[in-house]
Design a protein around this ligand. Structure first.
Ligand code: COA
Length: 186
């Protein structure tokens, strides 16, 4: 089987449509596929990615990851925050290392983009050591962000990793101050 990884700074309409179906089928569990749940998801995660990383097998999407970059303020200092979102692998292709390879590539791209720290949110029970293997550490403090509706969310499942700045990574991790992401949890 021929497996290819491609980076898209913009998604062609056809690929965008295919990705929508792929995510609905593979990112969400059946019980999550309700209009209410999906509307909340849309309110939380609404930023346009700076790039999409997709893995194809025989022209079908089998893996996806969204890459983000955003300047945020932390303790009155600018931090160039990189981010990973929507990490997803087709159900029948899991536990073969595909997400690990996508994350490794994503971290290289965030470095090329001069990001200082990378952030993502994840449930440890659904991803285990996947993110820790790539250098991510669970944040002890909650983080905040605005939803598309303007609602202020506060959540606790944040992970950060150093990219270009070990110092800023340590400061965010060890500070009592909550990281504010701005608009959207990616
Ligand atoms: C999470 C997900 C992306 C993992 O994709 P994957 O291609 O199966 O991951 P990998 O094969 O690269 O996993 C590498 C390692 O991460 C860990 N890992 C991956 N999935 C895990 C899971 N569900 N539970 C516990 N550990 C997991 C394991 O250590 C694994 O190594 P192993 O298979 O040798 O034990 C995939 O299960 C998925 O798409 N889930 C639904 C969407 C989702 O929850 N995404 C994460 C949102 S943050």
């Amino acid at each position: 089987m021929k497996i290819k990884m491609k980076i898209f700074p913009k998604l062609p309409e056809k690929v965008q449509e295919e990705l929508g179906h792929f995510e609905l089928e593979n990112f969400y569990r059946e019980e999550e596929r309700t209009p209410e749940y999906l509307a909340t998801e849309k309110d939380k995660y609404f930023s346009t990615p700076k790039a999409w990383l997709l893995v194809f097998e025989e022209n079908q999407i089998i893996g996806s990851l969204k890459l983000h970059k955003r300047n945020v303020k932390f303790n009155n200092k600018n931090v160039m925050l990189g981010g990973l979102g929507g990490v997803c692998v087709r159900r029948d292709k899991r536990r073969q290392g595909i997400a690990g390879v996508m994350i490794e590539k994503a971290m290289k791209i965030l470095k090329e983009w001069e990001c200082e720290v990378a952030y993502l949110c994840a449930h440890i029970e659904e991803s285990g050591s996947l993110y820790p293997q790539a250098g991510f550490v669970s944040m002890k403090n909650p983080y905040t962000y605005f939803g598309q509706s303007g609602k202020l969310y506060e959540e606790t499942n944040g992970f950060i990793a150093p990219v270009k700045s070990l110092d800023l990574f340590k400061k965010i991790l060890n500070s009592e101050q909550k990281l504010h992401l701005g608009k959207g949890n990616w």
